[in-house]
Every structure is written in C-alpha cells, then in structure tokens.
Design a protein around this ligand. Structure first.
Ligand SMILES: Nc1ncnc2c1ncn2[C@@H]1O[C@H](COP(=O)(O)OP(=O)(O)O)[C@@H](O)[C@H]1O
Ligand SMILES: [Mg+2]
Length: 443
C-alpha cells in the first residue's frame, strides 16, 4: 500500500478514535461529576442521621458524658456538649443554648461543627456536635470511591475503541495491500467475499475499472498484433519482388538503389517482428499457469552461442563473468528474447576490442542477470527513457527501431521482476550495466 492510501485510512482511523474517545471522556466526566455530588450528599445525610440517632440515645438516657462518645469513634470527632438549663459556659455554648432544637450549623472552639440540639424533659439542654471538616472528609472519601470505577473504565474503553476500529478497518488495509502486491498486468477481479458489505460497492467499482482497463489493453494489443500481421504479407511480397529484381541484369546505379531498397525492407520487417513481439509479451497473464521452470544460465548459454560469431566478427569478447544455475519460472522463448535483446544492444555499441560480460547468479530469492559492456554508455538525460517504446537516443546504432528495451521491460514486468540500467563510471571506464532481477523459482 502506498503512503497516500495508508495516510487516508490512518486519518479515518484517527478521526473515529478521536471522536469516540471524546464522547467517552465527556460522558465519563459528566457522569463522574454527578455521581460524585450524589454520593457526597448521600454521605452527609447518612452522617446527619447518625448524629440524630446519637442524640436520641442521649435523650433516652442510654448515653452520658463526653467520654462515652469518644469511646464510640474518636476519629469521627463527635462530642456531647451539656449546655445546662440556662445559658452558661463559653460564649459559644451560650450561643448554642439559644438555638432551637434540631439540626444546626455552629462553631466549637472556633471550628465549624454540625450539631443536633435537644431539650430534656427536665429542661436541661445538650448538643451532639461533629466537626464539619471531618464530615466533609468522610463524605469526600466515599464520593471518591464511587467515581473511581468510572475513571478506571475510561482508559479501558479507549483501548477497546482502538481495537475495534483497527479490526473494522483491517479488510480495507488488506484490500489495498492485495492490490499493491499485484503484478502490473494482473487484472483479475478482487474477491467480494470476506469483506464488510459497506466495501462492496467500492470493490465492485474497482473490479469494473479493472475489467475496462483489461479490455482496453487487450484491444490495443490485438490492434498492434493485427496491424503488424496485416503489414507482414505485403512486405513479404515486396521483398520477394526485390529478390527477383536482384536476379535481373541491372545497371550499377540501379543495383545500388536496389540495395538501399532491400535494406529498408529488412528494417521494416525487423520493426514488424519487434512490434509482434511487443504485442505478444503485453498483458497476457492467463498463460502463467503453463510456465515452466527454466535454468536461466542455460538459456543465456544458448543465446551467447548464437551471437558468438557476430561478436568475433566485430572483435568483441563476449562471455560469462559468472554463470550459476538459477531456476526461474517463464517461457524459454521470452527469456531468451530478453537476453538476446540486451546482448544485441551491447554488441552494437561496444567498439572493436571491447568486451561484454554476462553474469547470472542467485541472491536469496532473487535471480540476478547482469550484462556489462565497455561501450559509451547512455547519456544521463537519456538513461531514464531508454525503456520507452521507439526511443533510440542521439547515437542510434544498427538497424534497431527502439523497441528492444521496451520488449525486455515488458517481459521482465510479466515475470514479476525489475530492470535497471546504470552507466559505469568507475576508474575512467565507460559502459552500460543492465541489471535484471527476477524471482527465483522454487524447485
Ligand atoms: N548497451 C548499450 N550501450 C549504449 N546505449 C544503449 C545500450 N543499450 C541501449 N542503448 C540505448 O537505448 C536505446 C534503446 O535501445 P533499444 O530499445 O534496444 O532500441 P534499439 O536497439 O532498437 O535502438 C538505444 O537506441 C541506445 O541509445
Ligand atoms: Mg535494441
């Protein structure tokens, strides 16, 4: 999958994650605040009713003296304050005495307290007081314990959301990976099963597009093949006529022109053969099942044997620098066409006394084919274009039409490999190095 589509899915994932977690966090916050308040109020009320119960106990005579109360719960800071039958004692106690019976807020020794005031039947009054600070602390503790599970749940929910989003988007990522891993000419439809139904229209559209591209490529391929084929017949007839003319007694000037004519015809024939080859190696993946395992070094040996005589004629040293048996999957014809085109180019550009080194070896799961020559190489501004059909550069040699490397590129693509041409500039020498990488066959 390329960076663009990955980033798109990532941002979709990011957007989902951010919006869902925002909702969760906000819900948690609002819920937490309310739960905290309710629990706090509830705890205060509970403490109030405890104070009232203690006051009831004191009034019924079941509980007397401050000691008793401290014995109940010292931490809770609950005091019984005897106020007498008339206002007396500290100003605070006198002030308390004047309040009516019931639940009140007051101060004790300068600190705020919650008190329950009662009057006994003999007219004496008392107050059961509890420090407001302690009460708030206890209520705060209880409220905090109510909120704790909510707070703990939020990170858990965020994890679950991230997991669910990743899981839901996985089919999309898988689909993109599957498309990326395909050879350029693989136009088979994407499978619709195992996919969430939301992706179905999307996949159907891609499949429709693949079908249309396939049809278009097929049409184009057939047109080239048909055109080349149609042209071959009249050209053969013309060649025959030219051959016949050669037998006839001709003045030297006419014979000279005839030679030019025949050379032009040879070129045209070569162009047609190359066009046919190009069309043949274009987008026909259906025959992949019939490919056989071929030892590439053996194929190369055959091609070199064929071209050796031409190499000797040109005074070029053509041979192997390294030849290891490497199996690749393909048709022998297309593999030898590939090697022949590459060596043929090198032969045309290498000057007399030069050399062409072919190397074939295995590098892990890759089959390496390397062809190095001592020719002039390709100028820097042309090297990116030499695989384009009909590109011949500024120094074309021989009778080529600029289709050789385009054919080679298509064969390499079809085999699922890659090709690269680099100029060799080490130690003042020149030359072109073409490196073909093919997936090695497992036998
Ligand atoms: N070994 C080489 N050394 C230098 N230039 C090369 C070599 N191979 C290819 N080229 C350049 O790439 C061009 C395209 O090659 P190719 O497609 O085989 O076409 P053709 O051989 O018909 O000219 C050639 O015209 C030439 O400019
Ligand atoms: Mg060529």
């Amino acid at each position: 999958m390329d960076g663009g589509s990955r980033a798109m899915i990532k941002s979709l994932r990011g957007r989902l994650f951010i919006s869902l977690t925002t909702v969760v966090v906000l819900t948690g916050l609002v819920g937490g605040v309310f739960a905290h308040r309710w629990a706090f109020d509830e705890a205060i009320e509970t403490q109030d009713s405890v104070l009232i119960q203690i006051a009831g106990l004191v009034q019924s005579g079941g509980l007397t003296g401050t000691q008793d109360l401290h014995g109940v719960d010292e931490d809770a800071e609950v005091w019984l304050m005897e106020l007498g039958k008339t206002p007396q004692g500290t100003p605070e106690e006198r002030q308390l005495w004047r309040l009516q019976d019931g639940m009140r807020d007051a101060t004790r020794k300068g600190r705020p307290v919650r008190v329950v005031l009662r009057t006994r039947s003999d007219g004496s009054r008392f107050a059961v007081a509890q420090s407001t600070g302690v009460r708030d602390e206890i209520a705060g503790d209880m409220a905090f314990r109510t909120v704790l599970p909510i707070a703990a749940l939020i990170p858990c929910l965020m994890l679950v959301i991230a997991f669910v989003i990743a899981r839901s988007l996985r089919p999309m990522v898988r689909l993109a990976d599957e498309l990326d891993a395909r050879p350029a000419d693989d136009m088979t439809a994407l499978p619709l099963h195992d996919l969430p139904s939301e992706l179905n229209p999307f996949v159907s559209s891609i499949n429709g597009l693949l079908r249309r591209v396939h049809d278009m490529m097929e049409q184009q391929r057939r047109f080239i093949a048909d055109a080349a084929h149609e042209l071959r017949t009249p050209l053969t007839a013309l060649s025959l006529q030219a051959e016949n003319l050669d037998q006839v007694d001709l003045p030297p000037a006419a014979r000279e022109r005839l030679a030019v004519l025949r050379q032009g015809m040879r070129r045209s024939k070569h162009l047609l053969e190359q066009l046919l080859a190009l069309a043949r190696h274009d987008a026909t993946p259906s025959d992949r099942a019939q490919w056989e395992v071929v030892e590439l070094d053996r194929t190369a040996r055959g091609v070199i044997a064929d071209l050796l005589r031409e190499a000797i004629r040109r005074g070029v040293d053509l041979g192997f620098a390294r030849a290891e048996p490497v199996p690749v999957r393909g048709e022998p014809v297309m593999l030898s066409a590939m090697i022949r085109n590459l060596i043929d180019n090198a032969l045309r550009f290498v000057p007399e006394g030069g050399r062409i080194d072919v190397a074939i070896y295995q590098d892990g799961a890759t089959c390496m084919l390397q062809i190095e020559d001592t020719g002039p190489g390709v100028s820097a501004d042309e090297i990116d274009r030499i695989f384009e059909p009909f590109f011949r550069g500024q120094r074309p040699e021989g009778e080529g039409v600029g289709l050789g490397l385009a054919i080679v590129k298509r064969i390499v693509d079809r085999l699922g490999g890659s090709i690269e041409a680099v100029n060799m500039t080490e130690a003042g020498r020149t030359g072109l190095r073409v490196v073909v990488k093919l997936p090695a066959a497992t036998v």
